[in-house]
Design a protein around this ligand. Structure first.
Ligand SMILES: C[S@@+](CC[C@H](N)C(=O)[O-])C[C@H]1O[C@@H](n2cnc3c(N)ncnc32)[C@H](O)[C@@H]1O
Length: 277
């Protein structure tokens, strides 16, 4: 009964988030609206063969439909690294933070979302500078550490755990900021996730994003987290934002010495503004 209720509640929430009536959802997947109503009130559950179709209509996955929330997942790699008392990424903000400050200074209460915030250095920087900050990461240890950093700086930030792959925004932000994380986004959900961010950015707002990209002449680094080699193409990120104004759009190849072996990375950075249509 618990499972039936969970699926039903999730279907109801996702249906509403997608602006569908019970009749519309029923029509999309070829069942009666009474069936949808029964799922939502927990009397019955959808047939297992309908789950892929339901997930597709809602733009989510079967895990989310069944209520397996992101907190059950993690990146084992960073979860371990963040357990150290040292701040793995340091506590200095990334250069993209300064760019955001320049392009959209917080002369009014501006809402910012830091996606894949790690141990919170950028989120804390934004909060100290007067932005209203929400930030998430897939790791519990990262979020705990980020909360401690915020506490140490006397700032109040809405930190939470979520997975970039299946987390969909519920409210609007003035800035969506994502540094060093997009390579975790598989090709098949990139368009959907970035569309979600674009839709949930206020007019005049900014997306500040970077991503590691593939170059045939650059080898994968020796300490690359297994299974997370960059699969983004050069310039791919920019294409998703073709209808926004670009404030900064660049591709840089830089030297890195992580893992004790010199190697190179290629990174695309985009800072784009959502203009009024
Ligand atoms: C290179 S670190 C960057 C951290 C932070 N943005 C910074 O610049 O300090 C990548 C971060 O992405 C997080 N991450 C990895 N996969 C994720 C996912 N599926 N959803 C959310 N965060 C994820 C990791 O836990 C890690 O904190």
């Amino acid at each position: 009964m618990v499972i039936i209720n969970t699926i039903g509640k999730n279907i109801q929430t996702l249906r509403k988030q997608n602006g569908l009536t019970q009749e519309e959802l029923a029509g999309r997947i070829g069942v009666t609206y009474q069936a949808v109503s029964k799922w939502e009130n927990g009397t019955t559950a959808p047939d297992i063969s309908l789950l892929p179709e339901l997930a597709a209509v809602f733009g989510t996955n079967i895990d989310a439909l069944l209520g397996y929330a992101a907190e059950k997942k993690t990146s084992a790699y960073y979860e371990e690294r963040y357990k150290d008392t040292e701040y793995y990424w340091g506590v200095k903000p990334s250069f993209m933070c300064l760019e955001v400050l320049r392009i959209l200074p917080p002369d009014r209460p501006l809402r910012i979302l830091d996606v894949g915030c790690g141990e919170g250095k950028d989120a804390v920087f934004f909060s100290k500078n007067g932005y209203k900050v929400s930030a998430f990461d897939i790791t519990g240890s990262g979020i705990e550490k980020a909360k401690r950093l915020a506490e140490r700086h006397g700032v109040d930030i809405d930190f939470f755990r979520a997975d970039i792959i299946d987390y969909r925004l519920e409210k609007e932000f003035d800035v969506i900021f994502c540094s060093g994380v997009l390579h975790y986004l598989p090709e098949e959900v990139r368009g959907e996730v970035l569309d979600d961010w674009k839709r949930h950015t206020a007019t005049g707002g900014v997306n500040a994003l970077n991503v590691f990209v593939q170059k045939p002449f650059i080898q994968n680094p020796p300490d690359q987290e297994p299974g997370h080699f960059p699969t983004w193409h050069s310039g791919e990120l920019f294409g998703y934002f073709h209808d926004w104004r670009f404030e900064r759009c660049e591709e840089v190849i830089f030297d890195c010495n992580s893992g004790g072996a010199p190697h190179k990375h290629c990174m695309d950075t985009l800072i784009a503004v959502k203009e009024t249509v």
